[in-house]
Design a protein around this ligand. Structure first.
Ligand code: 13P
Ligand code: ZN
Length: 272
């Protein structure tokens, strides 16, 4: 079967197309990566090139040694992935030390994975360990309302999370552990990768102030669903503030009642 016809590549492409239509991916904004399963890579082995050029990741991820990742290319547009997957996405293999990568399929234009590959791989490394290998997707987008809120909400995990939990009753059920916030930093390097992965130890959603958001998930549905849910909460928040602000809201006691009945472990640090 052709790489582009496989279920995992089709799932990847569907996310990029859905997400572009959401308005989260202006120009080349945002990027996506998927840690490929052994049986999936085995099924397309005949179409992969031998690793030629090994390039430094910029961070060390030993528990990802010899893994394969499907990833969007740097400078490539999400809206074009569905039209020409081989030009815009590719498969990268990690070396035996977890310090270098080589492209073995795709990325025929541009040739390199996203500039946020260090953040993607550090997040994959953390999540692989924490979930015993279940987590496979890391997703970065530029959703409008989340970015807007980073100009008005305090940039700390507690206040950002609490405000978004209040915006829809089921939001605390979707992200009970909360949301991490990285202050403004230069994107595309190892420093922001380290700051993000530290928060990914605790959360599945991390906001980058004045830039966008990272989400993790076991599959494309889960990562996309988290992005969608957090961005919708942010949209409600922007509307509420535009209408003069809250006149009533969900109380901390309401949250505790919800947690009890839905049997979720709501992060108590974020309640008073
Ligand atoms: P890339 O084109 O390198 O993926 O960069 C887009 C982006 O959103 C950087 O944060
Ligand atoms: Zn970005």
């Amino acid at each position: 079967m052709l790489v582009t016809d496989t279920e995992f590549v089709q799932g990847f492409i569907r996310l990029t197309d859905d997400a572009f239509r959401k308005g989260w991916h202006e120009r080349n904004g945002g990027n996506l990566s998927y840690r490929i399963k052994d049986e999936e890579i085995e099924a397309v082995k005949d179409q992969l090139a031998q690793p030629k050029e090994w390039l430094p990741i910029g961070v060390s991820v030993p528990n990802l040694a010899n893994e394969y990742f499907l990833v969007t290319g740097t400078g490539r547009y999400m809206r074009n992935v569905i039209l020409k997957p081989e030009e815009n996405i590719g498969i990268a293999k990690i070396d035996a030390k977890g310090e270098n990568y080589a492209v073995v399929w795709g990325l025929t234009v541009g040739h390199h994975p996203t500039s946020e590959f260090p953040t993607h791989l550090m997040n994959h490394s953390i999540k692989k360990e924490l979930t015993n290998g279940v987590n496979r997707v890391i997703y970065h987008a530029h959703p409008t309302n989340i970015i807007a809120l980073t100009f008005v909400l305090p940039l700390n995990d507690k206040e950002f999370t609490h405000e978004l939990w209040e915006m829809a009753t089921e939001d605390p059920v979707i992200f009970p552990e909360g949301i991490g916030v990285v202050p403004w930093m230069v994107p595309g390097g190892s420093e922001i990768a380290k700051a993000t992965s530290k928060l990914m130890q605790k959360y599945n959603i991390v906001v980058w102030a004045h830039h966008g958001m990272f989400c993790s998930g076991k599959d494309f549905d889960e990562a996309f669903g988290l992005m969608d849910t957090a961005e919708k909460a942010a949209e409600i928040c922007v509307k509420v503030r535009s209408m003069g602000g809250k006149k009533q809201t969900i109380s901390d006691q309401n949250f505790r009642d919800l947690a009890r009945d839905f049997k979720i472990n709501l992060n108590e640090d974020f309640l008073d």
